[in-house]
Design a protein around this ligand. Structure first.
Ligand code: DAH
Length: 348
């Protein structure tokens, strides 16, 4: 440490310049801390000056001492205000950085997609609503009377075997077809009328590629004067052409259902890619059996009607080329996402 009053004072001046330029150059809090340690730390330049005051003469000591102390205080307060400044600019910087970055691409917004079965039910409803049909819904938990008896299945009729369902106690069962809604509708409506009734049905079937214990049907019922098989055929042809295209060909084969007489099964011709086509069975239909009308207090001498029932999953399988009915209900998004963008038409 230099001795002698004037050189010490000069050194002090140099030191002051040095400290202040170091302070100015400190760009962040860490650099500032380094400056503090270098000059004010235990082994720092100013601290060692203070310690060295003891070696001065008693005359020099108070004067030089006062100057060193003054420098010490100046540096200390300059350090403090520099620290404040750096802290607030660091905060500002952070606030700026942590703002939401609107240039980041957002997370994809995936609206749900209507289920293929819903799409089809809506389409069928739209087609029939345009032809003036009521869209009607009724219960899935049913009594034997509405599911079988009133539809002309007497208690021991073998046709019941085809529709084994779930019996849930107290004479109740899960409806095995939507035909039950025919009876409910006719109990409250006076003919003439036209209605379809879509909904869930249940059967005690073992699952496989074409059977599930829960599935959907759309039932149709028309009662008016002089209804014939010709009305039925025209209606089904019109419906199936709307659904599968204007060139669609259908055929009707004789069949049996307790609630229709005569009864028919309706097939649709599908052209394969290889040029080979085939008839696919699509629905059951027929003229309403007089016993069914009678059960609903409708006079079969005055009124006649036709009815039909179609499996919605079956239609959807043909329409969308789905080979296994279980795919509809496995909730595999790879299947369901294919229907993205399809809107339920009658809600438009
Ligand atoms: N209910 C029948 C079934 O589930 C389908 C059916 C056939 C309904 C003929 C009808 C009909 O209305 O006339 O197998």
């Amino acid at each position: 440490m230099p001795t002698g009053n004037s050189s010490l004072i000069e050194n002090l001046e140099d030191l002051r310049k040095e400290v202040f330029s170091a302070l100015q150059g400190a760009g962040d809090l860490r650099a500032l801390e380094e400056v503090r340690v270098r000059y004010l730390g235990k082994k720092g330049a100013i601290k060692s000056l203070q310690k060295g005051l003891g070696s001065l003469t008693p005359e020099e000591r108070p004067k030089v001492g006062a100057q060193v102390n003054q420098l010490h205080d100046e540096v200390e307060s300059a350090l403090e205000s520099k620290r404040d400044a750096l802290e607030s600019s660091a905060l500002e910087e952070r606030l700026k950085k942590e703002q939401i970055d609107i240039s980041l691409p957002g997370r994809e917004d995936r609206p749900g997609t209507p289920h293929p079965v819903s799409i089809l039910i809506d389409e069928i409803s739209t087609i029939f609503a345009r032809m003036g049909y009521d869209i009607y819904a009724h219960r899935e938990i049913e009594t034997d009377y509405y599911n079988f008896e009133a539809l002309n299945f007497p208690a021991d009729h073998p046709a019941r075997d085809m529709q084994d369902t779930f019996f849930v106690g107290e004479g109740l069962l899960l409806r095995s077809h939507t035909s039950n809604a025919q009876i409910h509708y006719m109990e409250h409506q006076k003919p003439p009328f036209k209605m379809i009734t879509p909904g869930r049905c249940y059967r005690c079937d073992t699952q496989d590629a074409t059977h599930l214990p829960l599935f959907h049907q759309v039932e149709g019922l028309v009662v008016a004067k002089d209804i014939s098989m010709a009305h039925l055929k025209w209606t089904l042809e019109t419906f199936l052409r709307e659904l599968f295209g204007p060139k669609t060909e259908i055929r009707m084969r004789p069949s049996f259902f307790p609630f229709t007489e005569p009864s028919a099964e309706v097939d649709v011709w599908f052209e394969g890619k290889d040029g080979e086509g085939k008839w696919l069975e699509m629905l059951g239909a027929g003229l309403v059996d007089p016993n069914v009308l009678l059960a609903c207090q409708i006079d079969p001498e005055e009124w006649s009607g036709f009815a039909f029932g179609v499996g919605v999953e079956r239609l959807a399988m043909v329409r969308y080329g789905i080979k296994d009915i279980r795919m509809f209900y496995e909730n595999d998004v790879r299947v369901l996402r294919q229907f993205e963008g399809q809107r339920q038409s009658w809600r438009r």
